[in-house]
Design a protein around this ligand. Structure first.
Ligand SMILES: N[C@@H](CCC(=O)N[C@@H](CS)C(=O)NCC(=O)O)C(=O)O
Length: 203
């Protein structure tokens, strides 16, 4: 199986961490979305990464579908609980974490447009989602070691990926100081090989 990804994509990082935790070997294919010969559109009409190319030629997207597929490939290190209410709780955390990523990515894209074309209200709206989302993550995590119950799960993978993305792209949002519980939690996640090896290089 091949994964079309970019090293800074938080959604692709989620997939890379899940594969590593479950000891599933993926052939990594780095892509540049803006390159004219970028293969992503051929496999995902939405033109987004990550995309998982299966050995039979099919493709899977988006990250939520890919992580479920990988989690079901082997019972080793299950990251999505099979019991319904726990599974929904894990997926709600993932939706919150991914939603913060969506807002952070949208604000970044808007702020990269030529200044006279930028819409400050739209940037502010997206950043409001990021701020409220971080507050919710901090409150809901509290002093717990993991997001859901007493086991590492997909919820922790997703939350770790959004925190890593904000650390990389939004140095002005000092969530580590604002929410010490999230800072401690991220530091703990970063002791895992799967997180360390997938961390985007800080420039
Ligand atoms: N919901 C999607 C989001 C994927 C996504 O937005 N990926 C970004 C890279 S971080 C992308 O491909 N952006 C290109 C575009 O939106 O055209 C997922 O979970 O996989």
């Amino acid at each position: 199986m091949k994964l079309l990804f970019s090293p800074t994509s938080p959604y692709a990082r989620k997939v890379r961490i899940v594969a590593a935790e479950k000891r599933i070997e993926l052939e990594m294919v780095p892509v540049v979305l803006s390159a004219p010969d970028c293969p992503v559109n051929e496999h995902n009409p939405l033109g987004k990464i990550p995309v998982l190319l299966l050995d039979d030629g099919d493709s899977l997207f988006d990250s939520r579908v890919i992580v479920e597929y990988l989690d079901n490939r082997t019972p080793l290190a299950r990251l999505i609980p099979q019991e319904n209410s726990l599974r929904i709780t894990v997926r709600r955390w993932e939706a919150l974490a991914d939603g913060i990523c969506d807002a952070a990515v949208a604000a970044l894209m808007e702020s990269r447009r030529p200044e006279q074309m930028q819409d400050p209200a739209s940037i502010a709206k997206q950043l409001g989602k990021v701020e409220r989302g971080l507050k919710a993550l901090s409150q809901e995590l509290g002093n717990n070691k993991w997001c859901v119950g007493d086991a590492f799960s997909l919820a922790d993978v997703a939350v770790g990926c959004v925190l890593g993305y904000l650390k990389l792209r939004y140095k002005n949002i000092n969530w580590q100081q604002q929410y010490p519980n999230l800072a401690e939690y991220y530091a703990e996640l970063m002791t895992r090989a799967s997180f360390k090896e997938s961390a985007p290089a800080e420039s």
